[in-house]
Design a protein around this ligand. Sequence first.
Ligand SMILES: NC(=O)c1ccc[n+]([C@@H]2O[C@H](COP(=O)([O-])OP(=O)(O)OC[C@H]3O[C@@H](n4cnc5c(N)ncnc54)[C@H](OP(=O)(O)O)[C@@H]3O)[C@@H](O)[C@H]2O)c1
Length: 304
Amino acid sequence: MKAAALSSFGGPEVLTLTEIPEPQADRGSVRVRVRAAGVQHFDGGIRAGWAPPSLDLHFPVVPGNEFAGVIDQVGDEVIGFIPGEEVLGYGTLGAYAQYVVVPADQIVHKPRNMPWDIAGGFSGNGQGAHMCLEAMGVGPGDTVLVNGAAGALGTFSVQLARAWGADTVIGTASEVNHDYLRAMGAIPVTYGEGLVERVRALAPQGVDAAMDTAGPEGLRACVELVADTTRVRTMIADDAARELGVPLLGPGRSSERLVELTKLYEQDRLHLHIRQAYSLAQAAQAHRDLESGHGRGKIVLMVE
Ligand SMILES: NC(=O)c1ccc[n+]([C@@H]2O[C@H](COP(=O)([O-])OP(=O)(O)OC[C@H]3O[C@@H](n4cnc5c(N)ncnc54)[C@H](OP(=O)(O)O)[C@@H]3O)[C@@H](O)[C@H]2O)c1
């Protein structure tokens, strides 16, 4: 099968279209013929040579931890899925390929009205945003700050906070993305120096919860703005979080979480803007685009 794989660690150029053996579904797992795979910063970390100690990597390494496609093999003891069904799901590696194998409890049925590009990019950041807002206890009446609100995580976070009843969501972005934030129901504000004062002017009643997706500087602003640090989280600045007494976000992806997100999509309460769709052969370009650090919504790879 074709895969975008790396045979050494390095910059985006190490990701090349490669022919590798098809994986086989074993007990408790399914094989999915991938139609689209999301591109995540985690994939870039793997490519650059950073990997969690629990991951034992052997070249060629195929990145990709979220995908959508059609089930084409079902292992023994799998209940609830049959070949031919359209699904979306998550794993750790392997989604930048024509076939991926994952445990059956890491997929859910794809909503009928969800296009492949959106389905491919829906599982990872959707769940990250869900976990973060849940950990902060976001709910009715809250004023919430999302730092880095136009990106993939921010796009999900702004809409989820609104769907969960937050009164006011303030999102930071470059000015070019302010209309994008308004369309999702957030009040836009420019990030960078003076952010704390700008947010205070927009929310004289105070900010109840704040999430950072951009780094230590943004996290410090979140901590300054929120009285209770248990209602602050970061997706990126763990060292600064320890220093500031902000709880770390643990693992927590699950099919239950994904089902809840797909229901919100079906109810037209959660949308995902696709920033750019690339082919599998353009995976290196997709990584360069993501690593620019700017842009709206989600980058995906379409797989033929
Ligand atoms: N811990 C986890 O489980 C987890 C999971 C997923 C992602 N992450 C991390 O979370 C971060 C965001 O991920 P993503 O997928 O949302 O990234 P993304 O789609 O690349 O979006 C990044 C966003 O950050 C904004 N930005 C750039 N510089 C900023 C600054 N100085 N202050 C505030 N915002 C700034 C950009 O906004 P403009 O375009 O408007 O400039 C852009 O929209 C990444 O570092 C990623 O590694 C962590």
